[in-house]
Design a binder for this molecule. Structure first.
Ligand SMILES: [Zn+2]
Length: 385
């Protein structure tokens, strides 16, 4: 590195650092509110979400006698409305408690029953601390001859969140709900499939709850269904994502929109994940990376071939990609997010508003899942294919 590049390097980082320091000092007096604590529990898994008014630094520690984990949230205070004790009693946790530990610190305590391990991460806009607690695995009962597949399908958005809106007013939330209902109908024709939807009606459900549902159901697969959007209306095609770090600007843009955070936040998160390789390892370990890649490829190929062969559509194959989607964080099974077409493209919006196109997409997703579980000839097994 020559002098000039060192000089430029320093300049580049010096300016933002000064700004950061200013922002930090302005915020130091402003405490972060700890607003609510929510949780979803099941015998083997509990997800706890602490809702905050902004980003916090936190530390965590495990203490014994009685066994407990605590999280100290710096520069924060409890709001008056918060329920500070939540009895859980699910075999993993006895309770979750929160208290003002000192003038600067809110302490959230998990009183433990019996757990294997836990994972923590922060999601933005609004800020929330997510704690995933895993139970000790119970040895499985001797295998029954019939192997059922449990699939959780997640239609994106809903309720007050319409998702992307097409040029002639079509809502992503409506399109993806209809496709998800059709996937369920097609898959349940096979008695070996057990299918759950994260929502079956037009209602809002947070991203972290969707993953919690899949984990609580002990699903074998998790498929989140979305329609894509781009400010450039001619952009079209089909792509399937799995959870991972990315440096692809376009993939980051898609994930930012689906996470409902700014592109700037998205870039920041990618940078953090890059430096904190550990978090990423955790994510991939939980997320069954190899299986997710395989699943994404089967679904993507199935969509392209179904639409192109059966409709002569010449759909654009944008391929399998990766990005940091909140809805896939902490999912314990092979999980993917499908962007079925661009609702922002007038032609594809027209197609998406068409019942038979939506059915074909649903059939293609079902076929992709089926090919994953039966890679040998049984592609014909799914009803109607
Ligand atoms: Zn979406």
């Amino acid at each position: 590195m020559n002098f000039h590049s060192v000089h430029k390097h320093i300049l580049k980082y010096f300016v933002p650092l000064v700004l950061l320091a200013l922002v930090a000092s302005a915020r130091a007096s402003e405490k972060i509110d700890v607003k609510t604590i929510r949780y979803w529990s099941s015998p083997g898994y509990t997800r706890i979400v602490v809702d905050l008014s902004g980003s916090v630094e936190f530390s965590t520690n495990r203490l014994s006698d009685p066994d407990r984990i605590y999280f100290d949230l710096r520069n924060s205070r409890l709001t008056k409305e918060i329920k500070t004790t939540l009895p859980v009693g699910d075999g993993l946790l006895k309770a979750v408690r929160a208290g003002q530990f000192d003038a600067q610190t809110v302490r959230v305590v998990l009183d433990l029953e019996k757990i294997k391990d836990f994972n923590t991460f922060i999601l933005d806009s609004p800020t929330r601390l997510v704690i995933d607690v895993n139970g000790v695995e119970v040895p499985k009962k001797p295998e029954t001859p019939v192997v059922r597949r449990r699939i959780v399908i997640d239609p994106g958005h809903g309720g007050h969140d319409p998702g992307a809106i097409g040029p002639s007013g079509l809502y992503e939330k409506d399109v993806v709900l209809d496709i998800a209902l059709k996937v369920k109908e097609i898959l349940t024709a096979d008695p070996l499939n057990e299918v759950f939807l994260t929502r079956e009606t037009d209602r809002f459900i947070s991203l972290e709850e969707r993953t919690a549902i899949a984990n609580r159901k002990n699903a074998d697969f998790f498929v989140s269904i979305h329609a894509n959007a781009n400010p450039v209306r001619r952009v079209k095609g089909i792509e399937t994502y799995l959870l991972n770090w990315t440096n692809d600007e376009e993939a980051m843009r898609v994930a930012a929109r689906e996470n409902r955070i700014s592109l700037k936040k998205m870039r920041e998160m990618n940078r953090k994940m890059d430096t904190l390789g550990m978090i990423l390892n955790d994510l991939s370990r939980c997320n069954k990376r190899d299986e997710s890649i395989k699943l994404a490829n089967y679904i993507q190929r199935s969509m392209i071939s179904t639409l192109n062969n059966e409709r002569n559509l010449n759909s654009v194959d944008l391929g399998v990609k990766q990005a940091l989607f909140y809805v896939l964080f902490g999912a314990k099974m092979p999980s993917v997010l499908v962007e079925v077409s661009f609702i922002s493209n007038p032609q594809e919006e027209q197609l998406l508003s068409n019942e038979s196109y939506r059915r074909q997409i649903a059939k293609a997703i079902a076929k992709g899942l089926d090919t994953y579980t039966n890679p040998t000839p049984a592609i014909q097994k799914v009803a109607g294919l």
